[in-house]
Design a binder for this molecule. Structure first.
Ligand SMILES: Cc1ncc(C[n+]2csc(CCOP(=O)(O)OP(=O)(O)O)c2C)c(N)n1
Ligand SMILES: [Mg+2]
Length: 965
């Protein structure tokens, strides 16, 4: 027996010497010599302690190879590797396996459902999904949709819905399902059969506002914001689903480990496209799931080998590539490539010829086979090797055509899902091979154009109806080819009853979104007291003031434990390292090493019950983390308060799309753009200096952006943010859409507003003043208030400054008074964008109801009693200040930091951009001169005196206190 010879080479008749004489064999090496073992490019150096024995093994191998051929040799090698693994011999893992199913047929579990019944209504869902999209193309509507994506993944969803995905009423709390965006038609079609959606609603697909009144139409893709009772997770921007699913699964553990909620019986499923896996975001964080051992997470990648334009990997094999990639990262990989029809062929494939063909056929060819027929497959696939040709000799062309792909085989999928759930210690990815446009007939299946095809010809419809066995007649289809009928057998139909029963057993319908938490009991004045007092003479940056405030809030009994700091490796920059030992950094594995700074007060402390989510240098993952934490009030019914603090430049600019999805998902929380400003980050330069994130933030309608100057401003902003987001109350009307059209949730006990706060914070230290006694809190929160009135005088100007520029405004106020006889009032503009929003809301209201008086915009009201001109300056580009131009009652001049940042001292940078105190003075004098209130000559005199065109004339920096990273 060859196997015996290999396993027990010493009993073999061949000798080590013989092997050594063979030029094909490795020569014997002296004891202790190192053998270079290379497999899959992994090299290790091992000493050979028994060269004689090694020789015998090699000789046995050679002999077997000569006698039995490479197929057998390959088998034995793999079998040996398998045995080594079984016996716990540590060897580097192979990252790829043959192009066959990972789960052998004999290991497939018993299928508990009634496959025939499930097949029946799966066909109805397929039909209704396609018909819904087709009908959305009717004349006068023509809003499109996708048919082929769901057609390829129907079986994968249905196995899940019928047997795995648990609804919100399940005792474990239910699963979280990320549905591939373009598969939404299938999900609607199922909801229709379930009685959750009406036929009329299906006809409102993609007509979210115009069809049948607000909230009756169906959103194109999974958009919780547009269908807040239905969709939970937005996915359609490719690559965000994978990241968000990973961080959702990690957050589930976090909640559990911190004792906030038992999530041990909740699973996260993410359905993804194979084309989608080319997004860096799709693959870029899979190591997080492996490192965190997220066995509560399963990716199901629908490998239909196609994306929008054509094949994903025409020349290669996407399934094999993804297998290596995921396994290399530490995932459990389950390939579901072939349907049960192949089982017999594979077991008859004694010499591995079929597997060899499977291994060596590129995806582009697999796609072409499925766009042809059985005869084509016989000739071009099986015909490539006489042994495989022989293998299918007894099969008709039709039988060959019926050899299905694994992703369409119910039982294979069931087996994969069951294995994924049973697997411990690793996340699982299921790579399921399918056909894009499956079941839709020749014009759709595996065609390059299939993704974009939105309607079917009459012939397509008839053929599709036949294949799916839908009881609809030719006459019905011919009656109006734009409106083929939906099919629903009525809720008493046994198949529908079965379907509903499955969902009842599994804990209710899915997808479903709830917002059933109770509003939080928010703290009173106490935590805010100290930051409102200011810092006296001490120089304190607003970032520090914020950290200080948080320290107080973290002590609060009710909300303290719900605050979740999310930090992408900048805690030290922002002075949050003091939180490490007290709050600790969450790590599922705790801390398995001795921290180098263990002896220090501020030791780096990881813990299984840590409160901080320290995400490493990973803004994309932090954004996903923010999304999971900020939607916990809905997803888990446990309101959590994310504080995601980042380098402001690497927030909206880098991960704007993730934040957009967070907004879609109705995330709430605080995002803190630290080290903000174009000129404050001395020494960092062009890539770091942020003068525009406030503008970017203003493009996201869910974000309320503030640019506070002082710690007491921060106190009021944070307090109001907590009230609006976590304190209950009615949602504010959405002025961006027609009144009354905003979709509302049927059951929303949590209340409050679906917004996030973006607060910019600086690292420039200056004394934080105490809160003025007569502080205009309303103005502060609305976006502008008078901070410091100028003295009495004839000639007046208004300085509108924000954030770190407020101290410059105050200095300009002094200079104007002392050197030019001009009295200036200084306004702190906490939010140009909020002022703009409010004014726009009034304008749009006036447009919609001509003749009614919507009132004067707040900013106009606030400034109406002030005597212009108005000069606005900030550390942000002018477009930020220009947001309110239209409503400023008088001459309005803006100064800003347009252009790339650079590294220099702060005074130098401010001079270069002309946003320093002296530049503000000159701008004010110039505006006054225009109004005839100041002599033109004074303007030139001031410009000359301050040399505002000369960077060398800028003040010298006195700052030595802060060092950004
Ligand atoms: C970030 C992003 N880029 C582009 C698109 C446009 N788009 C939508 S679907 C699609 C192809 C999807 O292919 P695949 O992921 O393989 O899914 P399939 O439909 O084949 O299941 C593309 C390019 C998108 N939705 N998101
Ligand atoms: Mg695809």
């Amino acid at each position: 027996m060859i196997l015996t010879d290999v396993m027990h080479p010493k009993s073999s008749s061949s000798t080590a010497n013989g092997a050594a004489a063979d030029s094909e064999s490795a020569p014997a090496r002296p004891a202790g010599a190192r053998v270079r073992v290379i497999r899959e490019g992994v090299a290790s150096y091992l000493p050979d302690i028994d060269p004689e024995e090694t020789g015998e093994w090699l000789e046995s191998f050679d002999e077997m190879l000569d006698r039995e051929g490479p197929g057998r040799a390959r088998y034995l090698m793999l079998r040996l590797l398998e045995r080594a693994g079984e016996r716990h011999v540590a060897i580097p893992a192979l990252t790829s396996t043959d192009y066959v199913n990972t789960i052998p047929t004999e290991n497939e579990p018993w299928f508990p459902g009634d496959e025939e019944v499930e097949r029946r209504y799966r066909a109805w869902i397929r039909w209704n999904a396609a018909v819904m999209v087709h009908r959305a193309q009717r004349p006068g509507i023509g809003v499109g949709g996708h048919i082929s994506t769901y057609a390829s993944s129907a079986a994968m969803y249905e196995v899940g819905f019928n047997h795995f995905f648990r609804g919100k009423d399940h005792s474990g709390g239910g699963d979280q399902i990320f549905i591939q965006g373009h598969a939404s038609p299938g999900v609607y079609a199922r909801a229709y059969l379930e009685g959750r959606l009406t036929e009329d609603q299906l006809d409102g697909f993609r007509q979210e506002y115009s069809h049948g009144g607000p909230g009756r139409g169906l959103s194109s893709y999974p958009h919780p914001r547009l269908m807040p009772d239905f969709w939970e997770f937005p996915t359609v921007s490719m690559g965000l689903g994978p990241m968000n699913a990973i961080y959702q699964a990690r957050f589930n553990h976090y909640l559990h480990d911190r004792g906030i909620k038992d999530t041990s019986d909740q699973h996260v499923w993410a359905f993804l496209g194979d084309g989608e896996m080319d997004e860096p975001e799709s693959r870029g964080l899979i190591q997080v799931a492996a490192n965190e051992a997220l066995d509560n997470l399963t990716f199901v990648i629908n490998c239909n080998l196609q994306r929008l334009d054509g094949p994903v990997r025409g020349n290669g094999k996407i399934i094999q590539e993804l297998e290596s990639f995921f396994r290399g990262a530490g995932w459990n990989v389950i390939k579901v490539i072939w349907g049960r029809e192949w089982d017999a062929l594979l077991s008859a494939d004694r010499d591995g010829a079929l597997v060899n063909l499977m291994n060596s056929t590129p995806d582009g060819d697999y796609q072409t086979y499925k766009a042809n027929d059985g005869a084509y497959v016989r000739e071009h696939f099986f015909g490539r090797d006489p042994r495989t040709k022989e293998l299918v000799k007894g099969l008709s062309d039709q039988q060959i055509w019926n050899l299905k792909r694994g992703g369409h085989d119910y039982r294979k999928i069931y087996a994969a899902y069951a294995a994924a759930l049973a697997h411990q210690g690793q996340p699982t990815v299921i790579l399921a091979k399918t056909i894009k446009g499956y079941g839709l007939g020749k014009h759709f299946e595996a065609r390059n154009a299939t993704h974009q095809m939105k309607k079917m010809t009459l012939e397509d419809l008839k053929a599709f109806r036949d294949v799916q066995r839908i009881p609809i007649t030719d006459e019905q289809l011919e009656a109006d080819p734009y409106l083929p009928p939906y099919y629903h057998p009525g809720k008493d139909d046994p198949a529908i009853q079965y379907m509903l029963d499955r969902r009842r057993t599994l804990g209710g319908f899915l997808p479903e979104r709830r917002s059933a938490a109770k509003p939080l009991q928010l703290p009173g004045d106490e935590p805010y007291r100290s930051v409102r007092k200011g810092s006296g003479k001490q120089n304190v940056a607003t970032t520090m003031a914020f950290v200080r405030l948080m320290k107080e809030l973290l002590r609060d009994k009710e909300i303290g434990k719900r605050i979740v700091p999310i930090i992408p490796d900048e805690a030290r920059t922002f002075g949050m390292d003091s939180w490490f030992p007290s709050l600790k950094i969450y790590n599922r594995n705790g801390q398995l090493y001795t921290s180098v700074d263990a002896e220090l007060m501020l030791a780096y402390k990881e813990s299984q019950v840590g409160q901080i989510l320290h995400e490493g240098i990973n803004e994309a993952g932090s954004t996903a983390s923010y999304t999971a934490v900020g939607t916990s009030y809905a997803t888990h019914g446990e309101p959590m308060i994310p504080l995601y603090i980042f380098y402001s430049m690497f927030g909206f600019q880098r991960t704007g799309d993730g934040l957009w999805a967070a907004a879609d998902q109705l995330a709430r929380g605080f995002i803190l753009g630290a080290t903000a400003g174009r000129t404050t980050l001395t020494g960092e330069g062009l890539q770091h200096n942020d003068g525009h994130s406030l503008l970017l933030a203003s493009t996201n309608p869910a974000f309320v952006a503030y640019d506070p100057a002082f710690s007491f401003e921060i106190a009021h902003i944070v307090r109001d943010g907590l009230r609006r987001m976590y304190g209950g109350g009615a949602p504010a009307p959405d002025s961006t859409v027609l009144p009354g059209t905003r979709p509302q949730m049927a059951n929303d006990t949590f209340g409050g507003e679906n917004i996030s706060y973006y607060i910019t914070m600086y690292n420039e230290p200056y004394p934080q003043p105490a809160e003025p006694d007569d502080l205009d809190i309303e103005g502060l929160l609305k976006g502008i208030y008078l901070y410091k009135r100028g003295g009495e005088g004839e000639v007046r100007a208004q300085l509108l400054v924000s954030g770190v520029t407020v101290p410059d405004g105050l200095r300009a106020q002094e200079l104007l008074a002392s050197e030019w006889g001009v009295q200036a009032d200084v306004w702190s503009v906490t939010s140009f964008s909020e002022l703009r929003k409010e004014a726009l809301a009034k304008e749009i209201a006036a447009l919609r109801e001509p003749g009614t008086d919507p009132g004067v915009p707040y900013v106009t009201q606030a400034l109406s009693r002030a005597e212009g001109p108005f000069v606005a300056a900030s550390d942000w580009l002018r477009a930020v200040q220009d947001q309110i131009r239209k409503w400023v009652p008088g001459d309005y001049v803006t100064l800003g930091t347009d252009g790339f940042g650079f590294s220099d001292t702060r005074p130098a940078a401010r001079r270069v951009f002309n946003v320093d105190a002296q530049s503000i003075v000159v701008a004010a004098l110039q505006a006054l001169a225009r109004a005839g209130k100041v002599d033109q000559a004074k303007v030139a005199e001031a410009a000359t005196r301050y040399r505002i065109g000369d960077v060398d004339a800028a003040e010298k920096s006195t700052n030595t206190e802060d060092q950004p990273a």
